[in-house]
Each structure stands twice: as structure tokens, then as C-alpha cells.
Design a protein around this ligand. Structure first.
Ligand code: NAD
Length: 464
């Protein structure tokens, strides 16, 4: 594939923009057909995609790639096809008594060409789920996948190249420099998924063209365990959400807040649960590798920093294999009551390391969360009582799952996105369709009423 330059990117975008103006918005039937073909292609390429992702990670379970990367895209396309007619319908709006008997409509229109920048951690889902929304809304799209999952990016490029003409959907390959040039293009909308740090650069780059953005960023997503929660169940469910993809999930529980005095019980339950999920690590095909040596070194650095900072470390290595760094299999690790200055409490963890902190009162736990940047996700374990109502009312987070982790991401009827430093805007389901559409207000004036009140000569000044 040709090496991209700023010029080649600009000409690929110009091709799509010309085609959009030439052909106009695609019909309902064309959009449904696009979504159907995309879902079929993803299904047909599933084996290739699974292998590419696993090779990119070093090792990733087939099941995890199917469940977390491939099926959600097929489900999103199916959901969009099912609801598309209703989403596309112009909405009638009452224009107000003073304009009677005129009529008004909100006409959803595609924006034009949407740019999509995706990360490596779910490299299929986070490239194609935004594409589903863009196509449903009638747009053309250019996708820039992550350079850290190059085989997956190439497989996606091949698959999409065989499915759509270049003037409809294009894939751009390259690293951070190409990402930066990509975000400077005058797209009609840009959806970026990645770190908060790069998100800041993206927002600055898009400001030049006033390109509207959806930013799906990261952050530290807390897990709060209420005093009267079922601790065994909470620990088991947190272990599943935390260790999925070896913790390399934007909405993985980043740290746990639990009532003082319960830490050792939590450690025991979490260790039992993690051991049952992953009885071994090194050759276990279910336990995902850390994506690169640099990411492994960063995570090992977080543990070492905590150790040197005096925090108690619990390593869960049931088969006592002590996986070497070359395997990039990092054992699940708990950091007990880390000080706030430690790196594991300052950075997004993004790996199988879980800081566990205790609180004296539930209000203190909420204060702890509120003293930090607004997270992408927040998890609560406990009865649906006053504590939950307080948590929902007093904290701000992109999304919440109660007595489970991750699940709010899966519900297509729930918009997914962050708030403040964890992101702006949302997509999934109808929210994605709306994010990539312009709801054009149209007023249809009648022959009877034509601005009686605002037609000179005004004569006397109107009394209030
Ligand atoms: P990243 O920000 O390093 O990279 C994301 C993408 O941006 C890649 O395609 C990269 O090539 C590109 N990029 C790099 N520098 C760029 C620049 N200056 N301008 C434009 N594009 C640039 O993120 P990552 O390491 O791939 O992913 C991990 C981060 O993403 C974590 O912080 C995680 O929480 C976040 N994330 C968020 C979501 C979400 O839905 N909110 C989902 C997955 C990951």
C-alpha cells in the first residue's frame, strides 16, 4: 500500500467530498444495503480478523475477539438496519402560534465525510462501530486505525476495499504523524477514540477548520463497593471486567473503593475469582498479552513504583509461572491502599493492575471521585438504595453500570461517551445516527400568514 502524505490524504478526502456533492444523500435502501454488506463481510472475515488481532497482541483469545470486537459490530449494524426508517423520518415540530398555520420539520441529513481515528485495544469494534453510525446516517467515511495493530488495520483495509469504492469508504494506514495530518483535514465531522492526551491535540487540530468532533477518551473509572454489598459477587464481577483483554479496556474498572476493614476479604474473593477465570497465564489462550514491549514496561513500572512507594502488592499467579517479560503476559496484580502520589493513582492503568483503596464513609468515597477528573465509566456494587441514588446524583461520569462492569457499553439503546476529560459527544445506536446527522430545521410557510408582525411600515411602536 502506498505511503500516505498530507497531500495524498487531502486528495482522498477531496474525492469523497466531490462524490458526496455529486450523488447526494444515499437512500434508505442504499444505507440498509451498505449496513447489510458490512455485517456480512465482517462475519465472512471473522477468522482472518481473529488471527490478525491475536498476532498483533502477541496472543488474544478467539472468544474475546469474537465477543468484544466482531459481534458488537454485527449487532450494531443489525440494530441500525432495524431502526433506520424511524431515525431517517423527518420529525414534525410545532412552529408556534405566531407562525400558524405554517408547518415545521426537522430533516436529518448526512454531514458529508466523517473521519474516524481508532485505537489498538479493540481495533475492529472501535473502527467499525463508528463506521456503522456514519453509514446509517448517509455519510462517507475515512478511517485511520492504530499503527500498534498493523495486521488488523491491513485486514480491515482489504475487507473494506473489497466492499466499498474508495470514494465511499477509505482506510488510511500510518502512525501518529499520519494521525496528526488526518485530524487537520477539513472533515465534516471527526470521531476520535484514544487517550485524553492525544484527544487534546486532536481538538486543537480540528479547531483550525471548525470540524465538529466526538472525542471518545480515557481516564480512571472507579468501582465503588457499598458497605452492604455482596462482596463475593462484587469481587468476582470486577475480576471479569478488569481482566477482559488483560485490562486493556477503556472502561475497565481502574481502581476499587471499598469500606474500611474489608480489604483482605476483597483480596481473597478477587484472587479466588481470578484463579477460577485464569488457572494459568503463560500458555493460557484465554489470557491476553499486553500489546507491546513499551506498554508492558510501563505497566511493570507502575507496579515497581507502587512497591517502592511502600504499597502492599498482591500478584495472582495461580500456576506459579512468573511469566517473563518476553511473554508480555502480566499477572493480575492488586495494589493495596496506594498513596495518591503513586503513578498507579495518577495515570490510567490500562492493564491487569487494580489499586484497592478503603473509605471511612460512603460520602468520603464520593468526595474522592469528585476530587478527580470526571471518569469515562463508574461502577457501583450494592443494593439499589439511597447510596446508589446519592452516587448517581452527586458524581459525574460518562456512563454507569450497577452491580456489573462494562455492560452499559453493549446496550445499543444507550448513548456511549465520556464527559469532560473522558470525552465529548456520544455514539452507539440512535445517538450515533444523530451525532453524524444534521437535524436541519425547515419551516414551510402557508399562503395565509406572512410575518404580519414584522412587516413595515410599522406605524406606532408596539406597546409591551
Ligand atoms: P492513542 O491516543 O495513543 O492513539 C489513538 C489513535 O490516535 C491511534 O490511531 C494513533 O495513531 C492516533 N494518534 C496518535 N497521535 C496522534 C495525533 N497527534 N493526532 C491524531 N491522531 C493521533 O490511544 P491508544 O493508546 O491507541 O488507546 C488507548 C487509549 O484510548 C486509552 O486512554 C483508552 O482509555 C482510550 N480508549 C477510549 C475508548 C472510548 O471509547 N472512550 C475506547 C478505547 C480506548
Amino acid at each position: 500500500m502506498a505511503v500516505e502524505t498530507a497531500e495524498s490524504l487531502a486528495s482522498r478526502l477531496a474525492l469523497q467530498q466531490r462524490a458526496f456533492l455529486r450523488d447526494g444523500p444515499p437512500s434508505f435502501t442504499q444505507r440498509r444495503d451498505n449496513l447489510k454488506r458490512l455485517a456480512h463481510a465482517v462475519k465472512a472475515c471473522a477468522d482472518q480478523l481473529v488471527q490478525a488481532v491475536s498476532a498483533d497482541f502477541g496472543q488474544r483469545s478467539r472468544h474475546e475477539t469474537l465477543m468484544a470486537d466482531i459481534f458488537p459490530v454485527i449487532a450494531a449494524a443489525r440494530h441500525a438496519r432495524f431502526h433506520l426508517w424511524r431515525w431517517m423520518r423527518p420529525q414534525r415540530v410545532w412552529p408556534g402560534l405566531e407562525l400558524a398555520p405554517s408547518r415545521a420539520r426537522l430533516l436529518p441529513q448526512p454531514l458529508g465525510v466523517v473521519g474516524i481515528v481508532s485505537p489498538w485495544n479493540y481495533p475492529i469494534n472501535l473502527a467499525l462501530a463508528p463506521l456503522v453510525a456514519a453509514l446509517a446516517a448517509g455519510n462517507r467515511a475515512m478511517i485511520k486505525p492504530s499503527e500498534l495493530t498493523p495486521r488488523t488495520a491491513e485486514t480491515l483495509a482489504e475487507m473494506l476495499g473489497g466492499l466499498f469504492p474508495e470514494e465511499e469508504v477509505a482506510v488510511v494506514l500510518g502512525g501518529a504523524d499520519i494521525g496528526a495530518a488526518f485530524c487537520e483535514l477539513p472533515f465534516d465531522h471527526l470521531l476520535f477514540t484514544g487517550s485524553t492526551e492525544v484527544g487534546r491535540k486532536v481538538l486543537a487540530a480540528t479547531a483550525q477548520n471548525l470540524t465538529p468532533v466526538t472525542l471518545e477518551l480515557g481516564g480512571k473509572s472507579p468501582c465503588v463497593i457499598a458497605p452492604d454489598a455482596d462482596l463475593t459477587q462484587a469481587a468476582a464481577r470486577i475480576a471479569i471486567g478488569k481482566l477482559l483483554n488483560a485490562g486493556q479496556t477503556c472502561i475497565a474498572p481502574d481502581y476499587v473503593l471499598l469500606p474500611a476493614g474489608k480489604t483482605q476479604d476483597f483480596v481473597r474473593h478477587f484472587t479466588e475469582a481470578a484463579t477460577a477465570l485464569y488457572p494459568s497465564l503463560l500458555a493460557n489462550p484465554d489470557y491476553t498479552s499486553i500489546v507491546s514491549d513499551a506498554h508492558y514496561a510501563r505497566l511493570a513500572g507502575l507496579i515497581e513504583d507502587a512497591r517502592q512507594g511502600g504499597a502492599e502488592i498482591v500478584v495472582i499467579d495461580p500456576a506459579r509461572e512468573q511469566p517473563p517479560p518476553t511473554s508480555r503476559k502480566l499477572a493480575p496484580t492488586l495494589i493495596l491502599n496506594p498513596g495518591d502520589h503513586l503513578r498507579s493513582m495518577q495515570e490510567e492503568v490500562f492493564g491487569p493492575i487494580l489499586p484497592v483503596l478503603d473509605y471511612q464513609s460512603f460520602d468520603a468515597a464520593l468526595d474522592f471521585i469528585n476530587a478527580r477528573p470526571r471518569p469515562l465509566a463508574l461502577y457501583y456494587f450494592g443494593p439499589e438504595d439511597l447510596n446508589l441514588r446519592k452516587l448517581l446524583a452527586r458524581t459525574r461520569a460518562g456512563g454507569v453500570t450497577v452491580n456489573e462492569t462494562i455492560s452499559h457499553f453493549i446496550a445499543e439503546n444507550l448513548p456511549f461517551g465520556g464527559v469532560g476529560p473522558s470525552g465529548m459527544g456520544a455514539y452507539h445506536g440512535e445517538a450515533g445516527f444523530r451525532a453524524f446527522s444534521h437535524a436541519k430545521p425547515v419551516l414551510l410557510q402557508s399562503r395565509l400568514n406572512s410575518r404580519i408582525l414584522l412587516r413595515p411600515p410599522y406605524g406606532k411602536v408596539t406597546e409591551m
